[in-house]
Design a protein around this ligand. Structure first.
Ligand code: GUN
Ligand code: FE
Length: 461
């Protein structure tokens, strides 16, 4: 039947593709032809099959994009942790450690999102910034405000990005002007938010239950949020084990708990649809619990360095079988670019290697690429898929039948920062893009088969 659906609406790409699989962090496929129909990848074959594919699917040269030798396609980047509401602070206010940083800079900034016009102004720029930088999927934190968080969902939907969107929950250890006033109000607004996002009826936009972190949420709130997530089958996101003072504080606030991780586990907040950011300061038992529950970890190296939270040993998490992805964590991290997250994850791993013994297994650039797209380390329990955000295995690489979330990269784009020479191989070009490329090299962005950005006419959507 697929052949009948095909014809003129099929988009076909000819050239080099790079993606990750469970077996290989980077697979380079030069000389290929890929067919995209509606939202999905229909076929991926050698260029020698082109004529035969034309006959089989009924497409013509007008459907084909021939990539230049300076171009390749890669999967869209997945930002597993970002605060859309903190963009006014990107690149400023990194002089204080986490807990002081939150009180001094972050809460006052987020409080401004009671103003819905301001929310729309900021969120529009955030989503455009991310799309320009090739982030096709993002897990967003909004603020505590119901209306503002709905606006974030609307903006993401309008601009065609794939996302999890969270209205933040918090009601203690934060300013009176920026907190939810009761568990009842918190749950009512969060439930309304979940229902609102579901009424958008987009397969791309999903609500995520978002307790800020244990210190700002009393037990009854955490427990109610766990129930709410179960009721709607929602994703859950929060912060875990980011700094040592935070971990000590959690011990004081929840004296009954075996660990920080146990606080969330006891409140039914850990599932295969949970994403916990940072996870730097965890004991082995906590890692076992996360693995057992199938929780994904968002590694946010820029943030961890910028506000000096610690060096996350991602190798340890991966080798324990945790699903790991990368996050920008703006504005704890100052860069919205997932290429930056890739590079900083590599630098953190290099620093750890310098500190540890000789056989410390550094992260390779190929692994970091996989962390930013497919996500790393197969969840070995519960049979969960590789992807940290658990999008039901629909995205992350170029397997047949996956959603076509992709970037057309041009390493020879005008004004580009990449230095390309005649002896560069395709692997050189890919590696140079990862280390020295930027949004100028992201010529097109596709989400679910739709071209939502094209640098040639500077269009978003
Ligand atoms: N922990 C609780 N809230 C936050 C936040 O906004 N940013 C970071 N990096 N950590 C947090
Ligand atoms: Fe964060």
């Amino acid at each position: 039947q697929s052949k009948l659906r095909a014809r003129s609406d099929m988009e076909v790409f000819v050239g080099a593709f790079v993606h990750s699989t469970e077996e290989n962090p980077i697979v380079i496929l030069p000389g290929m032809v890929m067919g995209v129909l509606n939202t999905k990848i229909e076929f991926m074959e050698s260029i020698e099959e082109l004529d035969h594919l034309k006959a089989e699917y009924g497409f013509t040269d007008s459907n084909i994009h021939y990539m230049t030798p300076g171009q390749f396609m890669m999967p869209g980047l997945v930002d597993t942790h970002i605060h859309a509401s903190q963009f006014p602070n990107n690149g400023v206010a990194m002089d204080l450690p986490l807990l002081e940083w939150l009180q001094t800079y972050t809460f006052p900034t987020e409080a401004n999102f009671s103003d819905t016009l301001f929310a729309r102004e900021v969120y529009s720029k955030v989503v455009e910034r991310l799309l320009r930088n090739g982030t096709t999927t993002a897990a967003y934190f909004g603020t505590i405000h119901l209306e503002g968080s709905k606006i974030l969902a609307d903006v993401v939907h309008d601009k065609g990005q794939r996302a999890l969107i969270g209205k933040v929950n918090m009601m203690r250890n934060c300013p009176e002007y920026y907190r939810e006033l009761s568990v009842q109000e918190s749950i009512r607004d969060t439930e309304e938010f979940i229902r609102y996002v579901k009424t958008i009826q987009s397969p791309l936009v999903h609500p995520v239950v978002t307790p800020r972190f244990a210190p700002t949420c009393p037990e009854d709130q955490l427990a109610s949020l766990g129930q709410l997530a179960a009721k709607y089958g929602c994703h859950i996101q929060s912060h875990l084990g980011e700094t040592q003072p935070e971990c000590n504080w959690v011990k004081e606030l929840f004296p009954w708990a075996k660990s920080y991780t146990d606080v969330y586990d006891s409140m039914r907040l850990l599932s295969e649809k949970s994403v916990m950011a940072h996870c730097i300061w965890l004991g082995d038992e906590e890692i076992y619990t996360l693995r057992e529950r199938g929780v994904g970890v968002s590694h946010c190296p820029n943030s961890n360095l910028s506000i000096r939270s610690g060096l996350c040993d991602v190798r340890r998490l991966i080798s324990h079988g945790l699903k790991v992805g990368l996050g920008t964590d703006c504005s704890g991290g100052y860069s919205a670019s997932m290429l930056d997250a890739i590079r900083q994850s590599l630098q953190v791993s290099n620093v750890l290697a310098l500190e540890r013994d000789q056989d410390y297994q550094r992260l390779t650039y190929k692994e970091a690429f996989r962390l930013a797209t497919l996500g790393g380390a197969k969840g070995r329990t519960l049979g969960v898929n590789q992807l940290v955000l658990n999008m039901e295995d629909r995205i992350g690489n170029f397997e047949i039948d996956k959603e076509f979330d992709a970037l057309l990269i041009d390493v020879t784009a005008p004004g580009s920062a990449i230095d390309i020479f005649s002896k560069d191989t395709i692997e050189d070009k890919i590696q140079k893009f990862i280390y020295t490329g930027d949004d100028r090299n992201i010529a097109r962005v596709y989400v679910a088969g739709h071209r939502i950005l094209d640098l040639h006419n500077r269009n978003i959507h």
